[in-house]
Write a protein that binds this ligand. Structure first.
Ligand code: GLA
Length: 712
């Protein structure tokens, strides 16, 4: 009989979730689910025997835990958390022994050592009161020769009833698209080698019990906070156990640890809910608010006007001044001059890197515009794309060696441009000097920091350097913010190509997509809402005719879609007619009225029977006294009656007054009768609204209804 070592059980307790780790010669997550309110520590310790597995014939004679650090040398046949080797090929299958476990409240640090391979391994794991788990690993080379790391992954064993996956795919102008797949044998793998977080593979997966939905089912959400190449995989082991791994993806030879050097993985964020995805999202949103943004969004999010789709590269300071005047008159609070202001930048084929004001376009510099914007009471923002370079730029003519490239090879351009090697100290110093110059010289309140191409040859001194590039990018932002702590930064990468928690630690907003078509935006923002609260989602009202899809939409649909985020305008207000300007002001005023609620309350995605055609969002204040509900008819209703609206998150024992705040112009003229509750102010109990519901109106495709609920 193989000997059983009775494991020591460690418990991390969140508000609604709990994690149990069994620690013997290895550490294993044996439970991650609902909080166990009645179990005392000694109870747990005693009951852990109920988790010991049988040992079948035909396999190893010992039970092998999946563990948070699977190792081939221990008999884990899945992917080892650490893969690496020394120059002579040794130490490629380390076997770690736990040397210390330190628990400090809800934080656990587990130290491991492989004496023979001279490698240290530390796991940091924390479950916070928002029910968000953070997991990261540090490997240290304690030997006297270099250790080459091939992979170093965060590993989280997951429950065996997790049989369905929700993941996200996308592309430029179509970010955060949802995809469901089944998990039964084999597994799921997602790899990103595009050098930035990417539109294609948002670094997250959500797993759950079969058929999980926004308001139903056990779900475990996982997001890797990293803005570069990554790998996420879920393996169903041959014995039915399941394990999730998330890691930065290293290119060949990229990571070598010199003696005494350490490597820490990006953090894996997870959250568990047994009430479906809305609760999971609320955990993530609350964590983003309290632990990632902290108090950085200390003032109401100012309404933007961004010049890009209004004027593109056609910059005339007098015209831009007029745009600012019109913007302020409509209630805009931050005016951003986008691409086209710097030396020789007349289209997207040249000038990236030449961060000097173009004297031809701006003979008096930027100050007159900035002063004008400030005098109008708005903040001023400026677009940069610091990491990039065009070959047709003075910077390239002076420093062709600053290109991020493998010597001797050509490489494809992306939007006619190349990337700068940020690990080159001179290139880094140049960029810092230029950005610092602008922030010191001018009163710039906001930077739109763009990154418009993917990286194909991330090399420094010809060695692979994908991670190094990302780390130097973080360092550049950090250095800039250390000197200019008041400046706000938007993370943009051809729209939503760089959206993740690690960059959010140093930025204030994401540009979700270059697609301002509200029909597309509904899907994009919905996908993004699984992990991000509305206040970090840049949502702009674009022109009547979308620049990316050529579809046209009503103000109602455009305005209400932009409302559920950090709102702005993406158009030329000078060319807007009076009626349009009145409509823009209307939605700006609505956003101002509701932004506190939108940016602090609990968010819910609402689902209806006719889910492909009808969707909804809502936000409820923490006190549950106010709520805003948006019902969006995306496509032609399948049936002529759409069923009922159920409103969650309210106080069952209280009554609410419902007011229609905004709706399509033809709401009442297209049918014999809409539901009577729409036309007169009605009161319903929270219990009724959640359980019995209200009949939905009949709406045209691509229209939106906005309701306000107030406790009586
Ligand atoms: C990217 C951004 C746009 C705009 C342009 C400017 O595409 O996503 O919003 O800033 O670059 O070139």
């Amino acid at each position: 009989m193989p000997m059983t070592i009775q494991p020591q059980l460690y418990s991390l307790i969140g508000t609604n979730s709990q994690l149990l780790l069994a620690v013997s010669d290895n550490a294993d997550i044996v439970y991650y689910g609902n909080r166990l309110p009645y179990a005392t520590h000694s109870d747990l310790q005693q009951m852990a025997i109920g988790l010991e597995r049988p040992i079948p014939f035909g396999r190893l004679d010992t039970d092998i835990a999946v563990s948070i650090n699977p190792q081939l040398g221990r008999g884990n046949f899945g992917a080892s958390a650490l893969e690496g080797f020394r120059e002579n090929g040794s130490d490629w299958a380390p076997v770690f022994t736990i040397t210390a476990v330190k628990q400090d409240g809800n934080k656990l640090i587990i130290d491991c050592l492989d004496q023979q391979a001279q490698l240290g391994w530390q796991t940091q794991i924390e479950l916070d009161q928002n029910d968000v788990l953070q997991l990261s690993q540090t490997v240290t080379n304690l030997g006297t020769s270099d250790y080459h790391v091939i992979r170093c992954a965060n590993t989280a064993p997951i429950a065996d009833n997790a049989s369905e996956i929700l993941s996200f795919y996308g592309r430029w102008i179509k970010e955060f698209q949802q995809h469901r797949s089944q998990l039964s044998h084999g597994g799921y793998i997602q790899e990103n080698r595009r050098g930035r977080t990417s539109h294609e593979h948002y670094p997250a997966v959500i797993v759950g019990e079969h058929g999980f939905s926004d308001d139903h089912g056990q779900v475990w959400g996982a997001h890797l906070a990293w803005s570069g190449n990554h790998r996420m995989r879920i393996d169903v082991k041959a014995d039915g156990r399941r394990v999730l791994q998330a890691e930065a993806l290293y290119l060949p030879g990229e990571i070598t640890l010199q003696p005494q050097q350490s490597l820490t993985t990006p953090t894996l964020y997870m959250s568990y809910s047994h009430h479906g995805l809305n609760t999971m999202s609320q955990h993530f949103h609350q964590h983003v608010r309290t632990s990632i943004l902290k108090d950085r969004l200390h003032k109401p999010r100012p309404i933007h006007l961004n010049t890009w789709e209004g004027i593109y590269f056609d910059h005339d300071p007098n015209y831009i001044t007029a745009m600012a005047t019109e913007a302020a008159a409509m209630g805009v609070e931050r005016f951003i001059v986008d691409d086209g202001w710097f030396l020789g930048r007349n289209d997207d084929t040249s000038s990236l890197g030449d961060w000097f004001v173009d004297p031809k376009k701006y003979p008096a510099g930027l100050s007159p515009i900035i002063n004008h914007v400030h005098q109008l009471g708005m903040e001023f923002g400026l677009w940069f794309e610091p990491e990039m370079i065009n070959k047709d730029a003075d910077l390239y003519r002076q420093h062709p060696e600053w290109l991020l490239a493998v010597d001797g090879y050509d490489q494809p351009t992306g939007r006619h441009q190349y990337v700068l090697d940020l690990q080159n100290p001179a290139a880094f110093a140049y960029l810092f000097e230029r950005l610092d110059h602008f922030l010191s010289q001018y009163e710039i309140d906001y930077i739109k920091w763009d990154m418009n191409r993917e990286i194909v040859q991330p090399a420094h001194n010809n060695r692979a350097a994908g991670c190094g590039q990302v780390e130097r990018y973080y360092a550049l932002v950090d250095k800039l913010l250390a000197k200019h702590p008041k400046v706000e930064i938007e993370s943009c990468a051809a729209g939503g190509g760089r959206i993740d928690y690690e960059i959010l630690k140093r930025t204030h907003r994401f540009w979700c997509s270059d697609n301002n078509d509200p029909l597309e935006r509904q899907e994009i923002q919905r996908g993004m809402s699984y992990f991000y609260p509305p206040e970090v989602m840049g949502t702009h009202i674009g022109s009547h005719c979308s620049h990316t899809t050529r579809r046209t939409h009503t103000m109602n649909f455009r305005g209400n879609t932009a409302l559920f985020g950090h709102m702005g305008l993406e158009l030329d207000p000078v060319k807007a007619g009076d009626q349009e300007k009145t409509a823009f002001s209307h939605y700006i005023q609505l956003h101002k009225k509701y932004r506190h609620l939108l940016h602090s309350g609990d968010n819910y995605r609402l689902s209806f029977n006719d889910s492909a055609a009808l969707q909804g969002n809502m936000v409820v204040s923490k006190s549950q006294s106010d709520a805003l509900v948006s019902i969006n008819q995306l496509a032609m209703p399948t049936y002529c009656l759409s069923g009922r609206l159920h409103i969650p998150g309210l106080r069952a024992d209280q009554h609410y007054t419902i007011t229609v705040v905004d709706g399509p112009d033809n709401l009442h003229s297209m049918v014999n009768r809409q539901p009577p509750w729409l036309t007169s102010q009605q009161h319903f109990s929270g219990e009724w609204l959640q359980t019995v519901g209200l009949t939905l109106p009949i709406m045209d495709p691509e229209s939106s209804l906005l309701l306000e609920l107030q406790i009586q």
